[in-house]
Design a protein around this ligand. Structure first.
Ligand code: SAM
Length: 378
């Protein structure tokens, strides 16, 4: 039963955009008057007018402050030096850890661009850290977005963040329609795949703390720019990317749109099942397409869903598909992951991985325990 009482107040996560600034600079300027605290829970507690900050122990250049503080009116935020981005949303780019020596990077489902700009920042940080000969090998990030309105948002965000030099946008581009074998992708060594999902794991903010949005058969975490999209999203909260998130508000139905009658419990369950199956099929197709880029060596696949159907099941099915077995795709072991992610305790569910083997049999040399341990839940 997920209808538990709200957990305590969450912090506001702030990613320091190293394309433009550094953590050190920000600690001396925007956060000069803040007290640094060792414990995350101290961020939202106590006096200090809320001016406390905690430097995250997993993700570099990520800090937590109190949600009572509004940074959006400040210079650093307006100039794109600070990006409001949830901690979980920082995992994929950090985990992918693109390095100039590896090759180009594709962000397959990029808008609004939080992860794209994070990738660019990491690539730049890794270039600076690399030997001078490697630093000369300029790499690019190809950001693909299908939706027209969200493509514009993506372009705006990249410009504000200072990522235009390294990121090239494929606006209004369906990732499934790209040809992985085309010459322009010959050097693509890494892909970040963060497709539309049910959004069932999104944590919304309101004054009372955190509300876990329960699985909703009609919700989908994708653009509300079409009438159908707006209708699906009514009552939902696209808060995965804080930068574009607003506190949950009551949405008034648009003219001509009727509320559907309340579904029965059976209806809801059947609808949820169908919705999850559709999403899962779509997500698997995108992951398999990512695996088909000839020079690709690393992919991160992420969702903001709590459902195994959209997570472990997709990963297992992709790994078990014959093309993946032939190419030798495997899960990245926890011990091979970047340091901050190795330290993250909450991993994938073994039973969820096993369920795919039970349904489909073992194909290739997939070890369910290893896959579950390589997956990350947050
Ligand atoms: N990665 C983004 C970030 O962190 O800011 C969030 C991505 S959002 C979960 C999924 C995005 O994928 C949506 O903007 C949606 O329009 C886009 N999308 C869905 N299907 C797509 C496809 N076939 N090709 C390209 N983009 C797609």
């Amino acid at each position: 039963n997920l209808t538990a009482a709200p957990i305590s107040k969450p912090p506001r996560w702030v990613r320091i955009n190293t394309l433009q600034t550094t953590l050190k600079e920000q600690l001396k300027s925007t956060f000069a008057e803040y007290e640094q605290v060792a414990s995350l829970s101290d961020v939202t507690n106590g006096s200090h007018g809320g001016k406390r900050l905690h430097i995250d122990e997993h993700i570099p250049n990520l800090i937590a402050i109190s949600t009572t503080i509004d940074l959006t009116t400040g210079k650093a935020y307006k100039q794109g030096q600070l990006i409001l981005q949830d901690k979980a949303s920082c995992f994929p780019a950090y985990l992918l850890n693109p390095k100039p020596a590896d090759g180009d990077v594709v962000d397959a489902c990029a808008a609004p661009g939080n992860k794209t700009t994070h990738l660019a920042a990491i690539l730049q940080d890794n270039s600076t850290a690399a030997a001078p000969s490697n630093a000369k090998r300029e790499r690019k990030i190809i950001a693909c977005e299908k939706d027209a309105t969200r493509s514009l948002t993506l372009q705006k965000m990249i410009k504000l963040a200072g990522g235009e030099r390294v990121i090239s946008v494929k606006a209004k581009q369906d990732f499934m329609k790209l040809d992985p074998t085309a010459k322009e992708f010959a050097n693509v060594a890494a892909l970040l795949l963060d497709p539309s999902c049910s959004g069932s794991g999104i944590v919304g903010r309101d004054e009372g703390g955190v509300t876990v949005h329960l699985p909703d058969a009609t919700a989908v975490h994708d653009p509300p720019s079409t009438k159908a999209g707006r209708k699906r999203k009514r009552g939902g909260n696209d808060a995965k990317s804080q930068a574009f998130a607003k506190p949950p508000s009551v949405e008034v139905p648009l003219a001509g749109e009727e509320e559907e009658p309340l579904p029965t419990a059976e209806d809801t369950e059947a609808k949820l099942h169908t919705r999850l199956m559709n999403l899962s099929t779509f997500q698997l197709r995108l992951l398999q397409r990512s695996m088909a880029f000839p020079a690709a060596k690393k992919i991160t696949y992420s969702t903001c869903s709590i459902h195994p159907e959209e997570n472990e099941h997709v990963v297992m099915k992709a790994l078990q598909s014959s093309s993946a077995v032939e190419r030798g795709w495997r899960i990245m072991k926890r011990s091979e992951q970047v340091e901050g992610m190795r330290k993250w305790e909450r991993r994938g569910w073994v039973e969820a991985c096993q369920a795919v083997v039970d349904a489909e049999g073992v194909k290739g040399r997939v070890d369910v325990r290893e896959v579950a341990e390589g997956c990350i839940r947050c």
